[in-house]
Design a protein around this ligand. Sequence first.
Ligand code: ADP
Ligand code: MG
Length: 273
Amino acid sequence: SVTLPKPDRRRMLTIANQKGGVGKTTTAVNLASALAVQGLTVLVVDLDPQGNASTALGVPHHSGTPSSYELLIGEATANEAIQQSPHSERLFCIPATIDLAGAEIELVSMVARENRLKNALSETALSEIDADFILIDCPPSLGLLTVNALVAANEVLIPIQCEYYALEGVGQLLRNIELVKSHLNPDLHVSTVLLTMYDGRTKLADQVAEEVRNHFGDAVLKAVIPRSVKVSEAPGYGMTVLDYDPGSRGAMSYLDAGRELAARTASINAQEN
Ligand code: ADP
Ligand code: MG
């Protein structure tokens, strides 16, 4: 298979949208898998107490497993919490356990409460692997967990479901991104928008896609993720769709999205050099 260019520097993306069920977790694990299949080393940080990304990547995440919770409260390092996904030697996960459900409240009284994930994922703290990409899967809220993710990463990836009310709530997310940018992380920007659960048979899907492209311009990937049963079945087997059915349209579309995302590395580096 194709080998994608290694970014000069590690890229970290927060996958955020406070609406539930828009494809954040599905995108985190499948995009990560798509990048790993094409030769890059990728870490998924599961920041949702439900632990769906951990399940899909086939890594244990029962209560007490060193996880993103221990990372945030300073009881484990990234090196200690990292696990390899059983399906790929280049795909890793820092899982989420149910313990994370209390973190939002515990964090409130902690020192540097917005910077804890950033510090925990520093290259020194995460020296066990040479990650090209880190993808952070956020919970469906804009609380302190998501703020930690927005401070840690410079890039935001917004998945948008091609359905009614697709852009509902996105304004709120963008305002929060601006707030974090002005107070905590000046480099933060929406680098990527991905259209998910696209059903080509409906006019609505095309209308939503057009509206999103008008709104976000070049940030929107050309690759669009179709609605596909294979994509929704894969996590039940502890797999991404790339392992579950590599030839499926779902798998192909995530491979395309990964290729596009990685190609932007070259242009980002060119702009900065
Ligand atoms: P979020 O993390 O934003 O809450 P999920 O990624 O968990 O959203 O997706 C919500 C539901 O939609 C899940 O049941 C998932 O399997 C399903 N789903 C996500 N993407 C697709 C797709 N492209 N085709 C079919 N089902 C999908
Ligand atoms: Mg999710």
